[in-house]
Design a protein. Structure first.
Length: 95
């Protein structure tokens, strides 16, 4: 029970830090990168403690781990491919 409360407090502190990043201290790219990393850490904590994956057998741990690795790779690809100020929505009109 004590570990749940500690994880809950850590999740609140991470969330407060994420909200404070929106104050404009960092550039958009750095702030969004930090927020995505912190969101991944929060998702991992929730999966380990509140969904009880910490206590599962090893083969069952591979399923969310595989998804986490794929999502992390996609986040890195998105962050490195978009340069601040150059991203624009497609203006092509549909027929």
């Amino acid at each position: 029970m004590k570990s749940y409360i500690i994880v809950y407090i850590i999740l609140i502190l991470i969330t407060l830090f994420e909200v404070s990043l929106t104050a404009g201290i960092f550039s958009y790219l750095i702030a969004s990168t930090i927020i995505l990393v912190l969101a991944s850490i929060k998702a991992l904590l929730i999966a380990l403690f509140y969904q009880h994956l910490k206590y599962e057998v090893d083969p069952l741990k591979l399923i969310p781990l595989t998804a986490f690795i794929i999502i992390s790779g996609l986040l890195v690809a998105i962050i490195t491919s978009v340069t601040p100020g150059t991203f624009q929505w497609s203006t092509a009109s549909s027929p």
